[in-house]
Design a protein around this ligand. Structure first.
Ligand code: SF4
Length: 325
């Protein structure tokens, strides 16, 4: 099955390859993602793998729709469409199954829930967020089937390539689970996005660059980069108050995220560049700048250096990954 990210990539003006430009190239109309809480749980919370979850996980803090479970999937999609049309002039939509682990159920249950969203008007795509150790081949075949008619993504939480970190943050999976999931997903017509966190406990810049290099080798299509933040009611919050964990200032984060992106292939579209949490759950860091201002600082840092996404990627020469700079 053919899957094509399309022509690459970053240009000097943007310095990295934002998802908005990816979508503009792909669709002749304005496309936005609608977050959906489909009522799944997570094997790292249900007792199957563990019950405490990842140490930073307060799902309600980063899934704004988590309280919307009382709404059906169809109702969430309708409400999301209305909001995005009014706010941004959106025309078509990707249903983003965001909360918890959206492949953690029997395949028939998954099918029924995905198709509730896909059956709504103006839905042109689906994006399914999950853990890399929670996708059977049967589930991948189901999702692959949607790619014939819909723009189809799967998003795997990797967070770090270092097993010692994954153990420390209680992910419940290792790096090779992610490699395995990505390899089994390739060739099925599904776009692959990975999530990583910068600033995890006991990781320094070199560790994070190693994660960027590992991501590069996986030959994926999209990436979400988050900064570590501490939310209320998490094990990470206890560590933070005990002085065992630090968070980053904007001044620390901006050069770090630029370092990271310099090592990511230029044809990987960047879907996110910072963590996003509901303010009432946030303990640290408290960044007072708006998201757009932080993005501007990131671009300014690229400009100052004269570099761009992929400019230090070891795959650059190998695959001629930067074509449009
Ligand atoms: S995999 Fe996701 S939902 Fe599950 S515990 Fe970790 S962060 Fe929370």
């Amino acid at each position: 099955m053919h899957r094509n990210v399309g022509d690459t990539s970053c240009n000097y003006e943007e310095r990295y390859y934002p998802f908005s430009r990816f979508l503009k190239k792909k669709f002749p109309f304005k496309v936005y993602k609608i977050p959906v809480n489909a009522g799944f749980t997570c094997p790292n919370m249900s007792g199957e793998l563990g019950s405490g979850g990842c140490i930073y996980c307060a799902n309600e803090s980063f899934s704004p729709n988590v309280k919307e479970r009382r709404l059906s999937i169809k109702e969430q999609v309708k409400a999301g469409k209305e909001f995005l049309k009014k706010r941004y002039g959106a025309e078509k939509f990707i249903a983003y199954f965001q909360s918890f682990t959206n492949t953690y159920a029997d395949v028939n249950v998954l099918k029924e829930r995905y198709e509730q969203a896909l059956g709504e008007d103006d839905i042109v795509g689906i994006s399914i967020g999950t853990r890399p150790d929670c996708v059977s081949d049967e589930v991948l075949q189901l999702i692959s089937g949607y790619s014939r008619k819909f723009h189809t993504w799967i998003e795997y939480g990797l967070q770090s390539m270092h097993d010692r970190t994954l153990i420390k943050i209680n992910r419940g999976h290792l790096f090779n689970d992610c490699e395995d999931a990505v390899n089994r997903t390739k060739g099925l017509g599904i776009f692959i996005c990975l999530h990583v966190i910068l600033g995890l406990p006991d990781e320094d810049r070199e560790d994070m660059i190693k994660t960027a290099n590992a991501v590069s080798t996986l030959n994926i299509d999209g990436l979400k980069v988050h900064h570590l933040y501490v939310a209320k009611n998490t094990a990470l919050a206890d560590e933070y108050f005990n002085g065992n964990v630090k968070t980053m200032s904007i001044e620390e984060y901006v050069p770090l995220v630029v370092d990271f992106l310099e090592h990511i292939p230029a044809n990987v579209t960047i879907q996110r560049l910072m963590g996003d949490t509901n303010g009432k759950f946030l303990i640290s860091p408290i960044w007072t700048l708006s998201k757009s201002k932080i993005l501007e600082l990131i671009k300014n840092e690229f400009n100052r250096r004269g570099t761009f996404q992929g400019s230090k990627c070891f795959r650059l020469a190998e695959n001629n990954l930067i074509q449009e700079v």
